[in-house]
Design a protein around this ligand. Structure first.
Ligand SMILES: [Zn+2]
Length: 297
């Protein structure tokens, strides 16, 4: 195994470790610190989109900015289109990616989720280079990267598209969670509990609905209990004044303190929403969702 490959595998192991600590949203500080190999630090991300640490001759990562998290184009085939570095001064970066492609070197794709937070997909492989449109095509994860050439057989193509689709879904879910939790200042909108490990970004309308997009106005930061209660129509939100309602049968049930304090006591309470109007739950979506709740009562 050559030195270049050993560094890449060590980088993937380091990212595995970071994901155990941080989940899908990796802090930029841990990526820029990187890990150590033979006494030398290997940062995993740089200031420009394409990054090559000093210990390697070929780039190790490509990144898209959190300012433009959906700007990287995943095509119909679920392959990522990654634009060339446009300035002449960074032309060697593009050259580096061409080498990564011709030598089948696996890369890391960092997708900016929010300020200072990135999701990582690896191994990612450059599968095409199109000078006419100044783009590289990248397949993320699950590709037979350790083979010297990428097979063009149909099974491989399907596997690749599927693996990339999963990677894309994970990226978008992680970005949605990050934005919603931040908008609600990392608190449950019902009970205000503040532990991120217990919080979810709930969809007001499910993602299969035509208005079910992963955008903050379709999101609510809810703890696990209130998320499940909302999804199962035990908890409803009145759209005009954001009053919380507990479903009639649950309201009159007699059980322990979790039922009383966790659910019944919130009946008639108020949903906490972000201060910024554009981050608050969208009224039309709440109305559609409330209809479902009423039907279940
Ligand atoms: Zn809660």
């Amino acid at each position: 195994m050559d030195e270049d490959h050993a560094v890449r595998l060590a980088a993937f192991r380091y990212l595995d470790h970071l994901q155990l600590l941080h989940g899908d949203a990796l802090p930029w500080s841990a990526l820029i610190d990187g890990f150590e190999v033979n006494g030398q630090r290997v940062p995993l991300i740089g200031a420009a989109g394409i990054w090559k640490p000093r210990v390697l001759d070929i780039p190790i990562s490509i990144a898209t900015s959190p300012r433009n998290p959906y700007g990287d184009a995943f095509g119909e085939d679920d392959l990522l289109s990654y634009r060339y570095q446009s300035s002449a001064a960074r032309a060697y970066d593009n050259e580096g990616l061409r080498r990564a492609m011709s030598e089948s070197r696996p890369l890391i794709y960092f997708h900016g989720l929010d300020k200072g937070l990135y999701s990582a997909s690896y191994p990612a492989v450059i599968v095409a280079d199109d000078p006419a449109t100044s783009t590289f095509t990248v397949a993320c994860e699950g590709v037979g990267v350790l083979r010297p050439s990428l097979a063009s057989g149909s099974i491989e193509t399907v596997t690749r598209a599927y693996a990339t689709r999963l990677a894309v879904q994970r990226l978008h879910q992680a970005a949605f969670r990050q934005r919603v939790l931040r908008a609600y200042q990392q608190r449950c909108a019902v009970c205000s509990i503040k532990h991120v490990q217990l919080l979810d970004a709930a969809h007001i309308l499910p993602d299969l609905h035509e208005l079910g997009q992963p955008v903050v106005p379709n999101g609510l930061s809810l703890c696990k209990i209130h998320h499940a209660a909302f999804d199962s129509n035990i908890l409803g939100i009145r759209p005009n004044d954001l009053t919380l309602e507990i479903r009639e049968d649950i309201l009159h049930e007699v059980d322990g303190p979790m039922l009383k304090h966790g659910l019944q006591d919130h009946h008639g309470g108020q949903l906490s929403v972000p201060r910024a109007a554009h981050e608050r739950p969208d009224k039309e979506r709440l109305e559609m969702r409330y209809d479902e709740f009423r039907k279940a009562s």
